[in-house]
Ligand binder design. Structure first.
Ligand code: FAD
Length: 434
């Protein structure tokens, strides 16, 4: 079924059940808790605008009829961020996919541009993305800024709150939607906002000069050796890096495409470092009792599967392919105490919680952030694990809630203020922010 709405052109509205089911869902099923709560949620219609003017028209109509609007980029979020809790319209912005303007060290894009396409285009101009999620081939720039946090590159450039968004164009949800051009101190109201404070149609993001990246895996007998190695590498400013991702055994055994290169029973550190860094890496590995066991030269970067396809939240995906009771947490270990914290988690939970880390920077400080793989039994047990982590100084950003108030990472007071100003009828993605 297709309909035409005045000012929106033909074929912009989808009403058929298949489209509504497919485009009302994201990767919420990573969480058995969210899967139970969200599986029946569905939009009444999907609207796919192709210009800012069409977005504006749709917002006016929705405001007039008091219909909720939930934005969708590529729908790869993990917390049901893009799922319409109260039905209404899912506004699919994936057709706003034009790269608008290259600056010397930045780019202006429409929100639906895929990060993978942007990285490719940037590298042709001797530039590259600073940070991107491991889902970059599918994920959109708008979806990343409004639903993500950090990723590959974050070891050098930090996360979304570290100056990695320069400007956004925002439409408000009012009788006459306002078009805001936002930069500076108001920006955090729109970062990780789940589309609750406004609809972003354009973004300007800073870029880095292109680096030739080689990939390698360093193996260690013991996970703590892998942690010490990756701790030292994270702090070594003489080696440029994009990915430092240590995994305890048996996580590497989940990486089926790497079956021939993974060493049994060993902890593995997945690396993207600048071309020519192998001698320094080998020295550092040896110092910590490890060896470089797999190497992909820079000319093979982006040809076939890369090591970042196994890090960040892709690790959970590979684990899920092998065991069906897998879920995960998002845990900020402490730089000063991660050794004791890792020991404590292993002593307390054994193989129920499997650790891998993504070393990153946050507000300039190197941090051991982790997405532990959890062998799930019950919601109560999951909450016990979360409580244990929090009590022991390992801050959990709970990925088993769709609420920005209880699980989000954004700056809540500012978001709430802008919510009030920009969406007085609370029609944007209702239920995601109090
Ligand atoms: P969507 O899921 O479509 O949307 C995300 C949120 O933003 C939703 O609330 C949506 O309403 C809102 N939104 C989307 N576009 C707009 C807009 N234009 N204006 C206003 N609101 C909008 N995340 C990370 O941060 N780092 C990772 O490394 C990472 N790895 C992942 C690995 C896997 C295997 C999976 C499944 C997920 C991972 N994620 C990660 C989560 C997710 O993939 C990313 O955050 C991704 O950038 C989301 O982009 P998207 O286009 O799919 O957004």
């Amino acid at each position: 079924e297709k309909v035409c709405i005045d000012g929106l052109g033909i074929d912009k509205v989808l009403l058929d059940l298949d489209s509504r089911e497919k485009l009302s869902k994201d990767y919420y099923w990573y969480s058995p808790v969210l899967e139970k709560r969200l599986k029946d949620k569905i939009a009444d219609s999907i609207v796919r605008p192709e210009s800012d003017a069409e977005v504006e028209t749709l917002l006016k109509i929705a405001y007039h009829h008091k219909v909720p609007v939930t934005v969708r980029g590529a729908g790869t979020g993990n917390y049901g961020q893009a799922i319409p809790l109260e039905g209404g319209i899912v506004l699919d912005l994936s057709k706003l996919d034009q790269i608008l303007e290259w600056g010397e060290n930045s780019v202006r894009v429409q929100c639906g541009v895929r990060l993978g396409a942007l990285e490719r285009a940037a590298r042709e101009r001797e530039l590259e993305l600073r940070i991107y999620p491991s889902t970059f081939m599918k994920a959109t720039v708008g979806g990343y800024v409004c639903g993500g946090s950090g990723g590959i590159g974050s070891i050098t450039w930090g996360d979304l709150w570290d100056g990695n968004v320069s400007e956004v164009v925002v439409y408000t949800m009012e009788e006459e939607p306002r078009r805001l051009v936002v930069s500076g101190e108001d920006l955090p109201a729109y970062i990780h906002n789940y589309g609750t404070t406004g609809i972003l149609t354009e973004l300007v993001i800073p870029l880095a000069p292109k680096t030739e990246w080689e990939q390698s895996i360093v193996f260690f007998d013991d996970f703590m050796q892998a942690m010490e190695f990756s701790h030292d590498l994270s702090h070594d400013d003489s080696i440029r890096k994009r990915l430092i991702s240590p995994h305890e055994w048996p996580i590497p055994s989940y990486f089926r495409p790497l079956k021939k290169v993974v060493l049994p029973e060993k902890a593995a550190v997945l690396l993207e470092t600048e071309e020519g860094s192998q001698p320094a890496l080998a020295r550092l590995a040896e110092l910590h009792g490890g060896t470089v066991g797999h190497y992909i030269p820079a000319e093979k970067y982006r040809s076939g599967i890369g090591l970042s396809d196994f890090g960040w939240n892709h690790t959970t995906l590979w684990a899920l392919k092998c065991e069906n009771n897998i879920t995960y947490l998002q845990a900020g270990f402490s730089l000063a105490h991660f050794r004791e914290q890792v020991k404590l988690v292993k002593e307390t939970f054994g193989d129920e919680v499997l650790l891998h880390f993504e070393w990153m920077r946050s507000r300039g400080t190197v941090t051991p952030s982790s997405l532990p793989v959890v062998r799930y039994t019950t919601e109560e047990r999951l909450n016990e694990i979360i409580d244990f982590f929090n009590t022991n100084g390992i801050h959990v950003a709970n990925p088993h809630t769709y609420s920005l108030d209880s699980g989000g990472r954004g700056i809540l007071p500012l978001m709430k203020q802008k919510k009030q100003e920009n969406d007085p009828l609370r029609l944007l993605n209702p239920g995601k922010i109090d």
